[in-house]
Design a protein around this ligand. Sequence first.
Ligand code: PRX
Length: 634
Amino acid sequence: MATYREFHQRSIDDREGFWRDEAAAIDWQAPFDQVLDYSRPPFARWFVGGTTNLCHNAVDRHLPTRAGQKALIYISTETGQARTYTFGELHAEVNRCTAVLRSLCLGRGDRMLIYMPMVPEAVFAMLACVRLGAIHSVVFGGFASHSLASRIDDAKPKLLFTADAGMRGGKALHYKGLVDEAIRLSAHPPEHVVLFNRGIDKNPAMTAGRDLDYAALRAQHMDAQVPVTWLESSEPSYILYTSGTTGKPKGVQRDTGGYAVALAASMQHIYCGKPGETMFTTSDIGWVVGHSYIVYGPLIHGMATVLYEGLPIRPDPGIWWQIVAEHKVSVMFSSPTAVRVLKKQDPRYLGQHDVSSLRHLFLAGEPLDEPTARWISEGLGVPVLDHYWQTETGWALLSSLPGVEATPVKYGSPSFPAYGYDVKLLHEASGAEVGANEKGVVTVVPPLPPGCMSTVWGQDDRFVQTYFSSFKDKLVYTTFDWGIRDDDGYYFILGRTDDVINVAGHRLGTREIEEAVSAHPNIAEVAVVGVHDAIKGQVPMAFAVLKDASMLATPAGRRAMEQEVFAVVDKALGPVGRPARVHFIASLPKTRSGKVLRRSIQAIAEGRDPGDLTTLDDPGGIDQVRGAVTGVQE
Ligand code: PRX
């Protein structure tokens, strides 16, 4: 049995040998003839020549051994529904769905956009898509038509798979209306919209010829058996859009074989799950955590996965622990924000259910503060492990490896680089490696390990430009996070180096929110910054300059204007991007070259020192921001 250190060292020193061994965890139709092709840095191709399929690995290959075992456990506390599918039943449903998509001519390399609530049909659609060798692009249901339209225009999907509505906190979200609006805004509308009608919207509007009812199509393919399409390892499995510095989200492209191997390996070395057990990941299929650890990771590993639609506190704050107890969940994955929400509730809910099946609780997506980690770990009596990763990496970049060695936990730290990642902390300006306890940019020396993004969809140059060009004369992958390493080698993440903010574990670009706010005809200029929040980690706060400021004369006029801005953001981006506050000011603080001083605005909004203001063009802007956040103007 290797130690963490030996295991990690081998993954760097004998990269190919290490991953050749890990690749045995999945099924290959044809074996690969090269572990890694790195002839065109920074593009890495893993398991070259090998053919495989994600759906086969997640479903079909388990049939001989576990057809009767649970695969998908669906629980909705929004509708009161619960449905369980064995691997055999999942196979049947996925085949029906695959036959439907095939009948609509979806084939290898084609894209399908999935805009779905947390229902089993969303999982069937993802698996059916990859079964055909088609590429899915799942868009989170919290996004609205404008965001949806920009993703349609970039991915140019042949089909769009959606539902009548989602539910959150007992409130219906009418997906179909948002889809119709997005298609109206789009330059590349899909040929068909397949609608899964779950009966929340009794009569969703259907466009004749374009929109098709899933139930009716499914009924024609009840006994369908559609063979999987074997893909070369590097062929894309999916695109997942994520926010960056610009207003235009990037399509993170994932391969097939490398991703399957990376997930299978992580289920063993990181999550310590065993085939036949149950994993419960509380994310949403619209995020990377949902892709990797609600859908593909556990299923590839032969585990049952819980698909939970609902809030952590309804019908009561013990609901998650009730699910853990009922389904003997052994691996759980959630977010710090969710735990902070639970922490505000009556603590007796933590001890009401038998959670002794749980080996670990993993948290990721945003910084995990020590009091939160301690509270949940002590309350449940379960080890809590923080781990750090990104949409781009697809799986953990920094993590302890309890499947290899149980290293001591330091609260506040996601521990060490995961195997396969040659992590370096670099000085922002010089690019030199920083020493212990010195702050640097978290970077990875390429090639990136299997499972990480292969490129930006359709934009190889943007992939290189965005992620590999931060340091002159040095080809390294930049995470855009600050980090520090202590004397014992533990890493601590100190926040983003760019304009990305993290709201309740949801990654948002401030530029995207600014563009949404600017859609209001009375907005002249706006700056959005992320401001610390005790529950959500960060919330967006907008500082806007109006063209006509006459309505600001009264508090009621000011409030009405703020509501109008909320409404345009809800319409464009969705509630996920709505600022916590919109402050109206007369001018934004800018440098003499016209650059908005976002970091200074953020510092003032958080009550910190705004730092060096010598490049400021006009001190009035800073005073305006200060006045707005301290309420002097209000
Ligand atoms: O800033 C880091 C933060 O979330 C970003 C990635 O977000 P996303 O692409 O949505 O992927 C989430 C996958 C778990 C990172 O650049 N982040 C993620 N995990 C942590 C974190 N910050 C601190 N601690 C973490 N454990």
